[in-house]
Design a protein around this ligand. Sequence first.
Ligand SMILES: Nc1ncnc2c1ncn2[C@@H]1O[C@H](COP(=O)(O)OP(=O)(O)OP(=O)(O)O)[C@@H](O)[C@H]1O
Length: 594
Amino acid sequence: MARKDRPKFSKESTRKALRVFQFIKPFRVPFGIGMVVLLFSTVAMLAFPRILGNLMDAVKSSSDAEVKYFIQLLIGLFFVIGFSAFLRIYLFGIVAHKSLALLKTKTYQHLISSPMSFFSQKRVGELSSRISADVSLLQETFTITIAEIIRQIITIPVGLFFLVYISGRLTVFIIALIPVIALIGVFFGKFIKKLSVIAQDDITESNKVVDETLHGIASVKAYANEFFEILRYNKSIDQSVATSIKRAKWRGMFIGLIMFVAGSGLMAIIWYGLHMVAINELDPTKGITIGELLQFALYAAFIGVSFGGTADLFSQLQKAIGATESLMDILEEKTEDIALTKSNSIKIEGNLSFNNVNFSYPSRRDIEVIRDISFSVEHGKQIAFVGPSGAGKSTIAALIFGFYKPNEGDITIDGIDFNEYHLSEIRSQMALVPQEVMLFGGTIKENIEYGKPGATDEEIFAAAKQANALEFIESFPEKFETIVGDRGIQLSGGQKQRVAIARAILRDPSILVLDEATSALDSESERLVQEALERLMKGRTSIVIAHRLSTIKNADKILVLENGKIKETGTHDELIKKENGIYKNLSNIQLMAV
Ligand SMILES: Nc1ncnc2c1ncn2[C@@H]1O[C@H](COP(=O)(O)OP(=O)(O)OP(=O)(O)O)[C@@H](O)[C@H]1O
């Protein structure tokens, strides 16, 4: 979310952020036990000044038995404190890691099930940083911040109670300090809070640069834009450093000032307290003992430290609320209806028709890219779309897959409205051979298997063979197990296409969409790909988005698109005869180019 759009930390945003607790719910038992342990250790900690003070008085009255008793009690107390610290850290660790893992998986599941319209409006870098940076911020909150806040919520009132109990008069000193400290807190807190939000956004911004440029590294290098990107990254890092330093300065001033005010307050208390101790020594019914003064000073210090940490903790909490809110925003987006299992309960024939379809992309509602398009293609037939760049050919492919919904008109498959089908079910009977084949970093086998997860080795072998891919796969020493992509072998354009064709063959779809590659292959490669494609198209409804007219001469129907409208329809032979026709012109241009 851009900085300017970020809402203030309103009740609404906090309420939204609190929804993160739904992820803790499954781990409420260890969370509950952790809380009880936390309460217990806080109370144990609060008992420490009391016992220490009593020890001091026992030393003063030279009572050896009492001294021994209090020392043993203190050792026992620290055992309890130590053990509960272990238990609390361990239990909160379990809760934090497990609940955040759940949050991560849920967010990822949500992201990947989001419709294409969602992705066309978001940057990939920003989305992946949501899952990494925002979630790790929450980790700290769950493991440390929440526990600390609870500890302070107990320490402050219980400590105050002891203060009043020991000496009401000395407590007045402390109470006088509270408004001073609170004022400092409010003043500094506001700046620190604001800077924390900006710092978080800056981190997201610089992560985005890394993500985007590493994803598109080839473009960066091809344009020799390394320095441009380095500058862009440096700029975003500089900005983030500047904000963080500014934040550190304000935090430092705040903490320093509080320490000074609280420390001098404590000194004033001790000075006045010693005066009361002197009175007590003259008349034991008046004033306080030295042990009680020690107790008082320690409780006052406890409360002071708690107050001192409050601003920090709350700014931490604010950051966490910001991060949670962004995550919850993602979880609130509508997802597509994705089924876990691809059931082939229905088998479609593949009769496809568009009826008066109008469409504009959600991000650019005012521009209609598909205008009143109607066509139909019967089972097993081949239809081809041609037209200038930007005419809307790929958009038609996107509509066939249901990536977007038409604004008007309808799309039917076997005479049934597209929306009547379950999205995953209908997509499971379609296949796409895209323009730019994207292979996943894995083996060739895994890449082919992507068309039908769980396919047998025989099926994969047969698909590769039909796709004319067997020969080059077998030429690699590791054959089907050859790693491709990032950390493996890089396949040529024609080889990649054949892997994609094998993937589609394995899927055995009823409807096939071929987005023809724009870059021409050498003639041998071209022949192998074309042959594999013809095999793939046989017996299926095929929609070819053609860039080279030579490949669609045999199509049953060719639709010529221009500006989102169908301008000409017919077979190659019919269209080529049309004087001044768009197809004829395109054909002449391509012939001239050859
Ligand atoms: N995700 C998107 N959001 C907004 N507009 C888009 C999006 N994708 C494409 N467009 C626009 O829709 C129009 C049609 O684009 P489309 O990709 O369908 O054309 P095409 O005929 O396939 O072009 P090419 O032959 O160059 O691939 C173009 O004006 C394009 O700018």
